[in-house]
Design a protein. Structure first.
Length: 246
């Protein structure tokens, strides 16, 4: 059957009349990456396996691995295989050996439905990897719905087995610094309203200093075993790996 296409990319989802899916010329869009080179063991092993891999929410992923099927609900780049809704994937049951999603689940309006769709399209013993935001500020591409705790990820993937969830080093503490930038903006607004309030100026200076220091120190901050519980409470992201039962 015929399907519409955008920049030659098949559109395999229902697009309401007033919904925009073309974001290719946006000034603000997901950052470009090549998932074939990211330092995530699951992704590296999946792509090097030669088996079929599905990526949900590819954004601007430049990877050209022949076994990788890149999907997104919107078009941010022409290097996309299909426009597809993760809540209703246009693939047959048990189609893929691996599924992964990088910083996408916070942008899904019903992420537990997507977890069930991943279960459906994975082969028995197929594996999934999800990196999802937790302690991050709003970043809409074009929407931002749910940040995920480790407990939340375990819950929506409860149909799977061998579930492992942990704070992710791939969503670093610089995300905390980004959130502090919002607090700086609020502090500066208060300074304009109360220019004689010395505490406001002190707070602004302290926040700016913290924003500068967090990124170069983040590796040292999270490497000590005595900080693991604190890291879990403010982790910018959690990562999950799980297996579909045989």
């Amino acid at each position: 059957m015929p399907f519409p296409a955008l920049y030659g990319i098949p559109v395999l989802r229902v697009v309401p009349e007033n919904e925009r899916i073309d974001f290719i010329n946006e000034a603000v869009s997901p950052p470009a990456l090549d998932s074939g080179t990211v330092a995530i063991p699951f992704v590296r092993d999946a792509l090097s396996s030669g088996k079929l891999v599905l990526q949900i929410g590819s954004g601007v992923d430049t990877s050209d691995k022949p076994n990788l099927v890149k999907t997104d609900a919107y078009v941010y780049s022409k290097v996309l295989d299909y426009v597809a809704d993760a809540h209703s994937l246009p693939f047959a049951d048990a189609s893929f050996d691996f599924v992964y999603s990088l910083a996408v689940f916070e942008h899904l309006h019903t992420p537990w439905v997507v977890a069930d769709e991943i279960f459906r399209v994975l082969k028995p013993a197929g594996r999934v990897y999800v990196l999802a935001a937790f302690f991050q500020h709003i970043h809409a591409y074009p929407h931002h719905y749910f940040n995920m705790t480790d407990m939340g990820l375990r819950r929506i993937f409860s149909r799977f087995e061998h579930i492992q969830v942990a704070p992710s080093s791939h969503a670093g503490l610089e995300q905390v610094a980004v959130s502090l930038c919002d607090l700086v903006e609020m502090t500066r607004s208060l300074i304009k309203r109360e220019p004689k309030n010395k505490n406001c100026a002190i707070l602004e200076q302290a926040l700016v200093k913290a924003i500068d220091l967090i990124p170069p120190l983040q590796g040292k901050l999270i490497e000590g075993v005595d900080t693991i519980e604190a890291w879990r409470r403010i982790a910018p992201g959690f990562e999950l790996t799980a297996t579909r039962p045989k």
